[in-house]
Design a protein around this ligand. Structure first.
Ligand code: SF4
Ligand code: SF4
Length: 399
């Protein structure tokens, strides 16, 4: 197993991290004996970074990991877990969640602690105003948290604002060959690296969709180079090829997936893809572009929108619906377009001022396309569901 150095603290992190959100299940629950054996086997194989969160597996992932790492395994690995800001409306909420996490994980400290799923700067600002950041710093000083970071699912502009707003120890972004220009984007990855902030990558396979739902032309392009190489291997090698990336998280559900991912991680050095392999990715990206519904390149020239719409973010999720046959697209739309954040950025926020369109180098009829996005991804139940969620979570409407 290759490792990459966290230059901030000297940790040698395995380039493959174990994401504990897709553990094997039996009868609706985590199949504990099997999953524990998998975790311990992966440690034997060199994985030393385990990523979980407060609500993965309906809140059971952390207690599972605590059990799996008992009997001497805890000390061999780094645990990453996360504080869900959308469940924190008073500092007391955060304190209670953190205490529960230590208990569930059977540990006195968290190696890598993240604000979970930030989508915009106001979410971060709210944590600051509640005193959460100050309290987390105190936990760091006490040694209960070793590194403080955030995971991110919003747009490039907010990523830049958030990463510059605080001296983070690390960050976690979604990144894969389809998301080079989406969410934090490649420029966000490079910005983090230029600031000396280690980057953990999630969703290298887009939740499996870069494995199971690839258009035939894409598979043909990969096969033209090497019939034996799987789409998983192509996708993982692409991410590891980036020297800015430290750990790639894989939500492994079977023993075979662990064995296969570990094999690939044996020689996935930075900048190791050949020109021929990189050319295949260019072909793949062109094909993906041709099959894309809205030809948005996520350049961001149309931003900011005065009504707060994340224009490239809306088009990205919309394109997934057609390109990858993504069934979870409505959930992803809610999640990434700020349905539960202070400033929603979904398509129906558009007030049709037209300011954006003259800036678009692709000449996209943004207003017309946003109408299509809102019709197809919001539909009749979107507002009632979002309003109910906001009410339950006591999220104020934007000012
Ligand atoms: S037309 Fe809509 S998306 Fe474009 S700038 Fe105006 S409000 Fe924003
Ligand atoms: S300017 Fe056009 S291509 Fe660029 S992000 Fe906006 S809609 Fe997409």
């Amino acid at each position: 197993m290759l490792t990459r150095l966290n230059q901030k603290n000297g940790d040698e992190l395995s380039i493959l991290g174990f994401g504990c959100m897709r553990l094997p299940t039996k009868g609706g629950n985590i199949d504990e004996p099997r999953a524990i054996a998998m975790v311990r086997d992966s440690i034997e194989k060199g994985i030393n970074y385990f990523d979980t969160a407060y609500f993965y597996h309906s809140g059971k992932s952390e207690s599972f990991l605590g059990k799996a790492l008992s009997n001497g395994y805890r000390e061999q690995v780094k645990i990453a877990t996360k504080l869900p800001p959308f469940m924190v409306y008073k500092l007391e909420h955060a304190k209670k969640i953190f205490a529960t996490q230590l208990e569930k994980l059977q540990t006195d400290y968290i190696d890598y602690y993240l604000l979970h799923m930030l989508t915009d700067k106001p979410m971060f600002d709210r944590m600051v105003s509640l005193g959460v950041l100050e309290w987390l710093e105190q936990l760091k000083a006490e040694g209960k948290i070793k590194n403080l970071g955030f995971s991110f699912h919003g747009g490039k502009t907010d990523f830049e604002l958030i990463i510059k707003a605080y001296p983070w120890d690390f960050c976690q972004i979604q990144y894969n060959y389809l998301d080079e220009n989406n969410q934090a984007t490649k420029s966000g990855l490079q910005l983090a690296a230029s600031m000396g902030i280690p980057v953990i990558v999630m969703e290298p396979l887009r939740g499996g969709r870069l494995v199971n739902h690839l258009p035939a032309k894409v598979t043909q392009a990969f096969n033209s180079y090497d019939k034996e190489r799987s789409s998983v291997e192509w996708a993982l090698r692409w991410v590891w090829n980036h020297p800015e990336v430290h750990v790639v998280l894989s939500g492994m559900s079977t023993e075979d997936q662990i064995a296969d991912n570990v094999r690939i991680a044996e020689d996935a050095y930075p900048n190791s893809l050949t020109k021929e392999e990189l050319d295949i990715f260019e072909k793949v990206k062109t094909t993906m572009g041709e099959l894309t519904k809205v030809s948005c390149t996520a350049c961001g020239y149309c931003m900011p929108c005065p009504a707060g719409v994340n224009i490239p973010g809306c088009f990205s999720v919309y394109n997934d619906k057609y390109l990858l046959g993504d069934k979870s697209v409505r959930w992803k739309y809610m999640q990434t377009l700020g349905a539960l954040s202070e400033k929603p950025a979904n398509a129906s926020q558009c007030v049709f001022c037209g300011k954006c369109e003259s800036h678009c180098p692709q000449n996209i009829q943004i207003r017309k396309e946003l109408k299509n996005v809102s019709r197809e991804l919001e539909g009749f139940f979107y507002r009632p569901i979002v309003n109910l969620g906001r009410k339950i979570l006591r999220i104020k409407n934007r000012k």
